[in-house]
Design a binder for this molecule. Structure first.
Ligand SMILES: [Zn+2]
Length: 435
């Protein structure tokens, strides 16, 4: 990316890219006190002398570049500006070590309060789109993916789940230290830490962390996950993440959240009415987390696919078919204002449900036009060639052309770039997403 994301112009620094974050966090649940040390290995995208890290409501106490104690830094309300001891040329690597501390809290944004949040008895991270700096200094851009090592030391009666492959916890001074390592390139907003009085259970290959009192309820609510995952592997290709962990909090949450290899639901999401949220979050492991947007304008690529995946699972599990759900949502959308352009909805509208549904309907329009076999090939190709990388709407158009030999420009222009809702092509008999 060159320049700042127009939807989040105050976030991120385009002059460098992070290769890895090494985070050592000490967290006290009872007092909400975080003491952190971050080592950020980065590469300069141009010649740089000063770089900006996003960091909010936490105070940097010590900063070193490449171990140099003469590093100077200046902290404002959103940004930690670090002056390198000497300029670094494009392509050269450098490392920034930041010691920081404070009482982490969610930040206010036009998308509500996001970031590190205290629960009744524990905490979580809900960072999408710009909440990551509430718990670690970072280059907060969705296109700057990095590897992570996250270590969290906390009171021994709590369990920690975080992005990455867990190692067995070790006791340090009567407290527990948990460590997670992820080799998967992960956007800052998809890195997460969850702390609570959780017990673990497995359902198929998936790991569930929930309060002991919710064990049976979680087992019932998520019993379809193994079949759901198999269904999505047939439709989208192999499960792309290192881990498949679900956290269910004792608290009610407004919405479930996805992170890399990690999904979090509230205690209020265990009823039948919330069941459609499970395939949605699971599908984000392919679309959003593996294949994910580089600028927020393209959010339909995350949410349209996740919403379409809800319909795929509904049909596969004997519920309403994709065609029926598409017809239903098309009819609902046609009664709502048509003032939103899918390829550029504006920052205020990026999480509007119309973006989600219209994105899914675009995919259904393509499926009806191409037929189930070619459409299935398109989706699997999309997930495969862009596995663990950043994509744009242009990349999607290119993939359509690659798979079909045609641009399908008229269809794509109408769905992506015009506010008026196009009509759906007629449903073919026996269309299926499986190739
Ligand atoms: Zn979603």
């Amino acid at each position: 990316m060159s320049g700042h994301d127009p939807y989040a112009p105050q976030s991120g620094d385009p002059t460098f890219d992070v290769l890895s974050y090494d985070l050592d966090l000490d967290y006290r649940v009872r007092t909400n006190r975080l003491d952190g040390r971050a080592v950020i290995n980065a590469v300069a995208a141009e010649r740089v002398r000063t770089v900006a890290l996003d960091l909010i409501a936490l105070r940097a106490t010590r900063v070193r570049v490449d171990g140099n104690p003469r590093t100077t830094f200046r902290q404002g309300p959103r940004t930690l500006r670090v002056t390198l001891p000497q300029p670094v040329d494009a392509g050269e690597e450098f490392s920034i070590e930041v010691a920081y501390a404070g009482a982490p809290a969610p930040r206010r944004s036009q998308w509500g309060t996001i970031g590190w949040e205290e629960l009744e008895d524990g905490s979580l991270v809900a960072a999408q789109p710009t909440g990551a700096p509430t718990w670690f200094p970072c280059n907060d851009r969705p296109d700057d993916r990095a590897r992570y090592r996250i270590a969290v030391t906390t009171e021994s009666d709590y369990t920690v789940a975080a992005t990455g492959v867990p190692r067995p916890p070790v006791t340090v001074g009567g407290r527990l230290r948990w460590e997670f390592v992820s080799e998967v390139p992960t956007a800052t907003y998809l890195a997460a830490v969850h702390i609570g009085r959780y017990r673990e259970q497995r359902i198929g290959a998936a790991r569930f962390m929930q309060p002991a009192t919710l064990r049976a309820e979680v087992k019932r609510a998520f019993s379809d996950v193994p079949r759901m995952r198999a269904c999505f592997e047939a439709a989208f290709g192999p499960y792309p993440q290192e881990e498949c962990t679900f956290v269910v909090t004792a608290d009610a949450l407004e919405i479930p959240l996805e992170a890399q290899g990690l999904m979090v639901f509230g205690a209020n999401h265990l009823d039948d009415e919330s069941a459609r949220l499970i395939p949605h979050e699971l599908a984000h492991q392919w679309f959003g987390n593996s294949v994910g947007v580089g600028v927020w304008r393209d959010i339909w690529l995350n949410e349209g696919f996740a919403c379409f995946a809800e319909w795929v699972w509904s049909e596969a599990s004997g519920g309403p078919t994709i065609a029926q759900l598409a017809a239903l949502h098309h009819s609902r959308l046609s009664g709502l204002p048509q003032d939103l352009v899918l390829s550029d909805p504006g920052s205020a509208m990026m999480f509007d449900d119309r973006v989600y549904k219209r994105g899914a309907l675009l995919l259904e329009a393509l499926r009806r036009t191409l037929g189930g076999d070619t459409f299935g090939e398109l989706v699997r190709r999309w997930a495969r060639i862009h596995r663990h990388s950043v994509v744009s709407t242009e990349d999607f158009r290119a993939c359509v052309e690659l798979v079909t030999g045609e641009t399908h420009a008229a269809l794509l222009d109408a769905w992506l770039d015009q506010p008026a809702l196009p009509s759906l092509p007629p449903a073919g008999p026996g269309d299926s997403v499986r190739g």
